[in-house]
Design a protein around this ligand. Structure first.
Ligand code: AMP
Length: 423
């Protein structure tokens, strides 16, 4: 047993998994940047108050926050998500709207670890501040949808709903409170305690016992204001127009309290139903104001990186790329030739690696094969005497004798030119 292991709910992401996560973020960045979104980086921790605005009836705020007092006596929390931080940044810096940003990074929630649920997990996401237009909702939802298809996922379902405007939502919550209280004895003990905190969340219960009661509950659409209803109709029509398939679900309420109007979730049908949400988002039209900024509409989504990659594994898509290098340098003389050749190769823009500790020719050849390099440059005493290198194509096993000054030209001819790394 090693002395230390990772804390529950955290993991080391080892090679090649870490490279795959990085590639995931790269594909996401390219995708959303092509739609006008710019990268934002916010701190991993903030004043606890920033996240308390997410709502005092959500588990994320009441139970799952990693909060502590720093040495200056400030009450700090590790971010459980990034929407609140983006809104805080907007209120603090007041950029000109519309502000279209994307992010990528870790979040922290003290949850019960299980498959697909971690205490430190990564999300990529976008947020747009300052636009009311339902066409933006369509753009945002469709960008998330398209990203899953770029990964090669086929079994993702988009579920959408509207929570109405601020007043509509409060009226609906009140109606649910009355309804559930009238049949409280038939609810599971868990749903009964959820009811005390937030009747909306009872709709999320997956317990068999609660399903009949939930199916008879009031539905949100009866509480929509005229403008919320029109907004939602426009969103649905826009999604139809761009051919993004969706399922309407009036029970979709989402975890965080700040959502208004459009809410949506991306569900992987390839995953176990307990943890099958691979992303989600919605409008949060009051959040910037709550954080001290001007009244500003907002919408965004977050995609769970870890869980989406699990869905990719199940569906057999978005494979690991094998890291490839151009050249592996084998030096059986004293190791300094490999040092010099690698330096000049890397300066010339080639990727290259080597073996260490003066290992045998055979051992170095094995490392070269394992590295996936296209060519091995072999330097032994014979080569040094004749001022040449032996260059071996590791794919075809063909060997060439190349004069020392001609090595870069030889490699450029066979591998294509590289951009030089030094001025
Ligand atoms: P949320 O910020 O709760 O709306 O979550 C958005 C997405 O992040 C979810 O659909 C999940 O894919 C992912 N996610 C949320 N919480 C966790 C967690 N504890 N572990 C792994 N992924 C998570």
């Amino acid at each position: 047993m090693p002395t230390f292991q990772t804390s529950p709910g955290t993991r080391d992401i080892l090679p090649p998994h870490a490279a795959r996560s990085r590639e995931f973020s790269r594909v996401f960045a390219e995708h959303v940047e092509s739609a006008g979104y710019e990268c934002i980086v916010t701190p991993m921790f903030e004043d606890l108050g920033v996240f308390q605005r997410l709502g005092d009836a959500t588990d994320v705020v009441t139970k799952e926050m990693y909060d502590f007092f720093d040495k200056g006596g400030r009450h700090i929390a590790l971010r459980p998500e990034q929407t609140a931080s983006v809104c805080r940044a907007f209120a603090e810096h007041r950029p000109t709207p519309p502000w279209k940003v994307w992010y990528s990074g870790s979040n922290f929630r003290y949850e019960r670890p299980q498959a697909g649920r971690f205490r430190q997990f990564d999300q990529v996401g976008i947020e747009v501040l300052g636009v009311d237009d339902p066409m933006l909702d369509v753009e945002v939802i469709a960008l998330g949808w398209k990203f899953y298809t770029l990964l090669g996922l086929k079994d993702v379902e988009l579920v959408i709903n509207s929570l109405g405007d601020a007043g509509d939502r409060e009226n609906y919550v009140e109606a649910l409170r009355i309804y559930f209280n009238n049949c409280i004895d038939q609810l599971s003990p868990e749903a009964q305690s959820t009811l005390l905190k937030n009747p909306l969340r009872v709709l999320d219960s997956k317990r068999e016992q609660d399903q009949v009661i939930i199916s008879g509950a009031p539905i949100i659409s009866s509480f929509w204001s005229q403008s919320a209803a029109e907004h939602f109709t426009a969103v649905c029509q826009g999604l139809d127009l761009v051919g993004v398939p969706y399922v309407l679900n009036e029970k979709l309420v989402r975890g965080l309290d700040y959502y208004r109007r459009t809410t949506f979730e991306y569900i992987s049908r390839a995953l176990d139903s307990a943890q099958n949400a691979v992303g989600g988002g919605g409008r949060y039209d009051g959040l910037v104001e709550d954080l001290g900024g001007p009244p500003t509409p907002g919408i965004g989504f977050a995609i769970g990186v870890d869980r989406t990659l699990i869905a990719c594994d199940v569906e057999g898509c978005f494979p690991f790329g094998s890291p490839k290098i151009d050249v592996f340098v084998i030096d059986t003389v004293d190791g300094t030739h490999a040092l010099l050749v690698n330096t000049s190769l890397r300066d010339a823009g080639f990727s290259s690696d080597r073996a260490y500790d003066n290992r045998s020719m055979k051992a170095q050849m094995k490392s070269a094969d394992r590295s996936g390099a296209a060519f091995a440059v072999i330097i032994g005493s014979n080569e040094i005497e004749q001022s040449v290198y032996t260059v071996r194509n590791l794919g075809s096993s063909e060997q060439f004798t190349v004069a020392i000054p001609d090595l870069l030209t030889f490699l450029s001819t066979h591998l294509g030119p590289r951009r030089r790394n030094t001025p």
